[in-house]
Ligand binder design. Structure first.
Ligand code: SF4
Ligand code: SF4
Length: 353
C-alpha cells in the first residue's frame, strides 16, 4: 500500500505542536522516565550550548518523489513547501561569509526545487570546503530532466550522501516504497561509473542506514562492512562511508511507533542507551539549520518540530553568526535519539569506534 504523508492523511501528528505535546506527556510527565533536560543536567550539560560552527544545513523544501515510512520530514509529492529564490539569495549572502566549512543541502528531495541548479552554481562559487547534497538516489532516475545530475554533481565537486536502509530489496522497498531499491542501485551504478564512491576518488559518496523498525542501529563499522560486501558482491557497487542513524521519535516515525504500539518500548530503549559522552558533540552544537522559508533552527529535527532557535536572530535575512553562537539550544525528549549508544547525527555516529 502506498504510504501517504501525515499532511495528506490529515493526521493529528501533522501538527508539530501535537508531536511536542505527545513527547512531553505520558511516560515523561508521570516521571517514569527522566526528561532529556533532567538527564543532561545530571552531568551538568544543561542547557546545551553551541561550539564552533561547522555546518550550515539548508532545507530546500519538503517536496519529495518518495514517501518513506519513517521520514522525519513528512516529505512527499504533496508537500508544496519549497525555498524561493529570494530566500536562496539571503542564504547565498550567508554562505559567502559564514565560518562554517560544510554546506549541507537537504529536503525532501532538494533536486526538486526548481532553482536547485542555479543555487548550487552560485553557492559553489563561495569555495565551501565540503559541499554536501543529500540525494535520495531515485530522483536521479525519476525523470529525464534529472538524468544528468550525476555529471552536474561531479562538475561542482558535490559530496553525495544518500539513504539506503538495507542491501536487500525487500527491506529497502518496505521502508522506502516499491521499486526504490532497483532505482537506487541503478543510480549508484551511474555515480560509480563517473568516479563517485571509488577507492581513492575525491568524489565522495556516502550512504545512510537507518533501522527499518522500532530498534536502534547496530554497530556502524560492522554495518558498513556488511553493506560494502553485499553491494559489491551483488552489484559491483562501491561507496566510501556508511552512516548509521537512529530514527528520532518524531513525524512519520513517531506515527509508526504509536500505530505499532512500540512507542513506550522504543523510548525506554533510547533512554537505556543514553550516553552522556555523546551529548558533548550532538549535531546542534556545530550546526545551524535553515528551513525552506528561511527560519533558523538548532537542527533539522527541531525544524520539523517547529522549535526555532532561542535567539533574537530568527531568520536568514537577519543572520548574525556571532549572536547566534550565544544562544542556548532547545532540547526535549526527541533528543534521546541523538544520544543513544555511539550517538547519532546526519554524519552518523558521534563517538567514533
Ligand atoms: S527520500 Fe528522504 S525526504 Fe524523501 S520521503 Fe524518503 S526519507 Fe523523506
Ligand atoms: S534533536 Fe537536535 S537539538 Fe536535540 S540533541 Fe539532536 S541535534 Fe540537538
Amino acid at each position: 500500500m502506498m504510504i501517504k504523508s501525515l499532511h495528506k492523511r490529515k493526521s493529528e501528528l501533522a501538527n508539530s505542536n501535537k508531536q511536542v505535546e505527545f513527547l512531553s506527556n505520558g511516560i515523561f510527565k508521570g516521571g517514569e522516565l527522566a526528561t532529556f533536560n533532567t538527564k543532561i543536567a545530571e552531568t551538568n550539560q544543561f542547557p546545551l550550548r553551541p561550539k564552533k560552527l561547522e555546518i550550515l544545513q539548508i532545507n530546500l523544501g519538503y517536496m519529495c518523489n518518495q514517501v518513506c515510512e519513517h521520514c522525519h520530514v513528512d516529505a512527499g509529492p504533496d508537500r508544496k513547501e519549497i525555498m524561493t529564490k529570494e530566500t536562496m539569495l539571503h542564504c547565498l549572502d550567508v554562505i559567502k561569509t559564514t565560518n562554517a566549512h560544510t554546506l549541507d543541502l537537504t529536503g525532501g528531495a532538494p533536486e526538486m526545487n526548481p532553482n536547485f541548479r542555479w543555487f548550487v552554481d552560485e553557492a559553489s562559487k563561495a569555495g565551501i570546503k565540503d559541499f554536501i547534497v543529500r540525494s535520495n538516489l531515485t530522483i536521479l532516475r525519476a525523470n529525464k530532466k534529472y538524468y544528468d545530475l550525476p555529471e552536474f554533481f561531479k562538475n561542482h565537486n558535490i559530496h553525495v550522501i544518500s539513504s539506503m536502509p538495507h542491501w536487500t530489496k525487500g527491506k529497502t522497498d518496505k521502508q522506502r516504497g516499491s521499486g526504490v531499491f532497483d532505482k537506487s542501485i541503478k543510480a549508484l551504478e551511474e555515480l560509480n561509473a563517473i568516479g563517485y564512491g571509488m577507492p581513492n576518488s575525491s568524489l565522495k559518496l556516502d550512504l545512510v542506514y537507518n533501522p527499518s523498525g522500532a530498534f536502534l542501529p547496530g554497530n556502524q563499522v560492522a554495518l558498513e562492512k556488511d553493506f560494502k560486501k553485499a553491494l559489491h558482491d551483488d552489484f559491483g557497487i562501491q561507496f566510501h562511508n556508511l552512516f548509521a542513524i537512529t530514527n528520532l521519535p518524531i513525524s512519520r516515525f513517531l506515527d509508526y511507533l504509536i500505530a505499532s504500539e512500540n512507542y513506550e518500548d522504543y523510548m525506554y530503549a533510547l533512554v537505556e542507551a543514553y550516553n552522556p559522552e555523546a551529548v558533548k558533540n550532538v549535531m546542534c552544537t556545530n550546526t545551524i539549520s535553515v528551513s525552506w522559508d528561511g527560519f533558523l533552527y538548532d537542527c533539522d529535527f527541531n525544524q520539523m518540530l517547529e522549535l526555532p532557535v532561542s535567539s533574537k536572530v530568527k531568520h536568514i535575512s537577519e543572520y548574525n553568526e556571532e549572536q547566534l553562537q550565544e544562544r542556548t539550544i532547545i532540547t526535549s525528549q526527541h533528543c534521546y535519539g541523538c544520544t543513544a549508544g555511539a550517538g547519532s547525527s546526519c554524519q552518523g555516529n558521534i563517538i567514533p569506534a
